[in-house]
Every structure is written in C-alpha cells, then in structure tokens.
Design a binder for this molecule. Structure first.
Ligand SMILES: [Zn+2]
Ligand SMILES: [Zn+2]
Length: 299
C-alpha cells in the first residue's frame, strides 16, 4: 500500500465530508497503517518460492492463481498475533457497541487460529475465507461475536500476511505480458479473488484511458481491458452499462447484462483526488447500497 497516497486521498475526501464519513475514513487510514507496518515486519523473515518469468507468465494467463504455484507461508503464531492486534484496533476504533468490543478484546485468537487451515489461506485465500464462513459453527466462537466481524479481522490480517508475497509474485510477470494484447485476467492473477473495484485512468496520448483491476485481499493491481465486464469478462460493450450518482461522474457502477452483476469503477476525471484503490474501496462502499436499489436494475 502507498500510505502517502492513502493519506492524501483521505484528506481530499474529508473536505466537506460528514462527521460520520470522516470518522470512517480515519478508521480505515489507521487500519491500513497497521496492515502495512505488519506486512513490512513479516516481510523481513519471509521465505517464499519465486517464479521464473516463464512460470509467472503461464500462471498470470492461466486458470490457477500464482499463489497456488508459490504459496505464502503463514505461520500460526504470527497470524494470531496479527488478528489479536487488529481485533484490539476494531474494539477501540470501529464504533462497535460495548458488548461486541469487549467480546473482541477478550477473544482467544490463538485457539481460534489453530483451528484454521493456514496452508489453504496461503494458497487459495478466497476459498479459505469462504470455507471459514461455511464452517464457522465448528470454530468454537461464542454467539456474541458474529462471523462477519471475526472474518473481517481475519481477512484484514490475511492482507498483512500475503501482500508482500503477492507483490513479489506479480513483479515477476514481464512488462510485455502485462501490456500485450492478450485478454487480461478477470480475477486476481495472484490470489484468485474477484476484483474489489476497477479504476479507469485519465486519457494519456494515443493510448486512451487505461483500466486496472484491484484486489483488496492481497493488494494486487493489474491491467484490464477497457471495454469488458470486470466480473465475468464478457467483452461486448453493448452488454455493459454505466451508472453514476448525479453530480458524481467519478464513481460509477458497471452493470453487465451477461452475468447480471455490477462492479464499482472509479473514473479518474481530474487530479483533485489522488488515486488510491484502498481509499476508493472505502468511499465506494456506498455504491453497494445503490446497486441494491431496484431502480438501478436495467431490464
Ligand atoms: Zn489478490
Ligand atoms: Zn459480466
């Protein structure tokens, strides 16, 4: 994560924001700072298999995410410590009610993490998260703590443990592969998660506007085809529609007739707001509510 851009983008969004929105942005800025500091700490001793340029390119365009070939080594004692620290931060700063904050602070992360399949977490993060949700009842969590909160802590911790590995793996993909004319990966080429959002840059010279997808699970940002659905990958522009809230051309929803899903897309219309996918992820959470509005549906 680029903490400087994050701070600048948050400052820009806080101007004129409601108190609640400003508090939310501050909360995430603190969380990102912690995640980055922890990721740096863990990266010092990290040992990961790396991929050759050929292997990286094959994985990049293939069906298997790169972590399957070169997993992140997530150590139990380090992971529960990360979870415990993030939980403390949530308990203090997330604005949860007192009972939930107390339950989070007292939670035994060591015992909980020992029940998790960390090998799967380092190989296939989206499946790991899904399996945790599916099997949540078997993980011995008191009913005062909902799975959504516990798993939010776990996924935030996961990012700290995999983002350095992800950056290294992604860095082994050649420039030609990234910039070439082959259709780009729809889901995260490193961890396999669906993109959290897309970003369309300002037009530059003859290349026009470039688009990137962002994975909030491992932090990878990868180039994407401009006129495609970022969820299913269909590349028929007639099947895609953009919506935005009146007065805000930057934050749009791309709706796809093919898969019936929508994606949040940040259009960089000016340089007033520095581009930070992490901050856009927070800001555009509001669009999810709009997407659920029946008036948004196109028939
Ligand atoms: Zn990813
Ligand atoms: Zn689609």
């Amino acid at each position: 994560m680029n903490l400087r851009t994050i701070a600048e983008a948050i400052d820009a969004y806080k101007r004129g924001a409601s108190q609640a929105d400003a508090a939310r942005l501050d909360f995430f800025e603190g969380l990102y700072k912690y995640q980055q500091a922890r990721a740096d700490e863990l990266a010092v001793e990290m040992k990961t298999a790396t991929l050759s340029a050929d292997e990286a390119e094959e994985a990049y365009f293939g069906d298997e995410p790169m972590l399957v070939k070169a997993p992140a080594d997530i150590k139990s004692e380090e992971f529960w410590e990360t979870c415990a620290q993030i939980a403390q931060y949530f308990a203090k700063e997330a604005g949860l009610d007192d009972d939930m904050s107390a339950a989070l602070e007292d939670f035994d992360w060591e015992a909980f993490v020992k029940k998790l399949d960390l090998e799967q977490a380092g190989t296939n993060p989206p499946q790991f998260v899904e399996d945790c949700f599916q099997n949540f009842d078997t993980l011995g969590v008191d009913s005062s703590l909902p799975s959504s909160i516990v798993m939010m802590v776990v996924t935030c911790a996961l990012r700290a443990h995999i983002q350095s590995v992800a950056a290294r793996l992604f860095g082994s993909v050649s420039k030609q592969a990234l910039k070439g004319s082959r259709l780009k990966p729809v889901n995260c080429p490193v961890c396999g998660s669906p993109a959290a959002l897309s970003h369309v840059a300002m037009a530059t010279g003859i290349d026009g506007r470039e688009r990137e997808q962002y994975c909030n699970v491992c932090g990878t940002v990868w180039p994407f085809d401009r006129m495609r659905c970022g969820v299913c990958g269909v590349d028929n522009p007639a099947r895609l529609h953009y919506f935005h809230v009146e007065g805000d051309e930057s934050h749009r929803l791309q709706n796809c007739d093919e898969c019936g899903r929508y994606q949040r897309v940040f259009f960089e219309e000016s340089l007033e707001i520095p581009v930070s996918p992490e901050v856009e992820d927070v800001v555009m959470a509001k669009l999810d509510a709009i997407a659920l509005d029946p008036r948004f549906r196109v028939e």
